[in-house]
Ligand binder design. Structure first.
Ligand SMILES: NC(=O)c1ccc[n+]([C@@H]2O[C@H](COP(=O)([O-])OP(=O)(O)OC[C@H]3O[C@@H](n4cnc5c(N)ncnc54)[C@H](O)[C@@H]3O)[C@@H](O)[C@H]2O)c1
Ligand SMILES: O=P(O)(O)OC[C@H](O)CO
Length: 337
């Protein structure tokens, strides 16, 4: 085994719990911070997380806390896995306890609503420069439940520094979880954020009773608009052909485990957004990222027609069937990227 690390995992939702468990079972010394005090009690007593990852037995070595300082102070690697809209407040609370040489890994997928910042931009704003250089983004096609069940999975970790990406790669890789390095942080995190918007569209299409043709069209043209936004923000086109781009897009637009796709299905079936969200304890990041991406596209003058229609369905009461018709009857054009 590689060097044992002292790791703090911040966020005990389905993904944070899964990754903390993976790292503990790999032999690292892991402390998992949960926002909900009752969850810490449950996980400590029963070694399971019935709120976000029911049915999975957690490592006997995993430690749990509700006190942020205990999960952060003295750790060599910190993995932040909270919803992107609370990332800013969580990182600010953690900052006083972060050791100066710690590696910071973010596994959140979204774009902040108020600032339109990507997750790495939030970290860059808050962290001092020496910690910012230690930042990496972990993304790619990875349903928590399948990783928790040790099903072979491949993801990407992106950092501006190759040594940081390689360190994280070695820290997380197991025989069922294969991590590729990447140097395009913006591309990797935008792929993870925008695929959630397109997954809502794919869900809407399924909910309306459309078939595979429609879904394939949404995936392909969704990839085109994700790539256009990425290029406008300095990302590399090739990144969108990778795990964090088309990889996660296909997974989320087709997989029944996707929360974003399931929100879309219910919308397509005619249910109201508020009612759908009211029934969910988990986060469907695409709901807020749709608004962020719509505003970002307007600001950067990037054409994102699918995102625009999802925005109108979610926030402007546009009937889903009308949105699809409007997409299909746009001005005809060449197939561009
Ligand atoms: N679940 C997956 O399969 C998966 C895979 C890859 C990436 N992600 C990403 O990981 C991030 C976390 O999602 P998840 O699926 O682990 O969560 P989840 O939907 O399973 O659970 C919600 C999480 O949000 C936390 N939370 C709610 N309000 C909070 C607050 N005010 N402060 C701090 N935490 C708060 C809850 O404690 C819980 O950890 C998201 O950005 C998601 O897109 C999830
Ligand atoms: O369940 P979703 O839609 O949040 O997707 C989970 C992961 O991001 C898939 O890679």
């Amino acid at each position: 085994m590689e060097m044992q690390e002292n790791i703090g995992v911040i966020g005990a939702g389905s993904w944070g719990t899964t990754l903390a468990d993976l790292l503990a079972k790999k032999g690292h010394n892991v402390t998992l911070w949960a926002y909900e005090p009752e969850l810490v009690e449950e996980m400590t007593q029963t070694r399971s997380n019935s709120l976000f990852l029911p049915g999975i037995s957690l490592s006997p070595e995993l430690k749990f806390t509700n006190v942020l300082q205990e999960a952060v102070a003295g750790k060599t690697v910190l993995l932040f896995v909270v919803p992107s809209q609370v990332t800013r407040s969580v990182i600010k609370s953690a900052l006083p306890f972060i050791s100066g040489s710690a590696l910071i890994v973010s596994a959140s997928k979204g774009i902040e609503l108020d600032t339109l910042k990507t997750v790495s931009q939030i970290y860059e704003e808050i962290l001092p420069q020496e910690l910012s250089a230690n930042f990496s983004a972990l993304s790619g096609p990875s349903f928590a439940r399948e990783v928790a069940q040790e099903m072979p999975t491949a993801v990407a970790v992106a950092s501006g520094r190759q040594d940081v990406a390689k360190h994280v790669q070695h820290t997380f890789t197991t025989r069922f979880f294969r991590v590729y390095t990447n140097d395009d942080v913006t591309g990797v995190e935008l792929g993870g954020a925008i695929k959630n918007v397109i997954a809502i569209a794919a869900g809407i299409s399924d909910g309306l009773g459309f078939g595979h043709n429609t879904r394939a069209a949404l995936i392909t043209r969704g990839l085109a608009e994700m790539t256009r936004l990425g290029r406008a923000m300095g990302a590399q086109t090739a990144t969108f052909a990778g795990l964090a781009g088309i990889g996660d897009l296909v997974l989320t637009c087709t997989g029944d485990l996707s929360r974003n796709r399931s929100v879309g299905i219910k919308l397509g079936e005619g249910r109201r957004l508020a009612e759908i969200l009211g029934e969910m304890r988990m986060v469907a990041e695409g709901v807020k990222t749709t608004e962020s991406a719509y505003n970002l596209a307007s600001r950067l003058k990037v054409e994102m027609p699918i995102t625009e229609k999802v925005y109108q369905v979610l926030y402007k009461d546009k009937p889903a069937r009308e949105a699809v018709l409007e997409l299909m009857t746009r001005d005809l054009k060449a197939e561009d990227f």
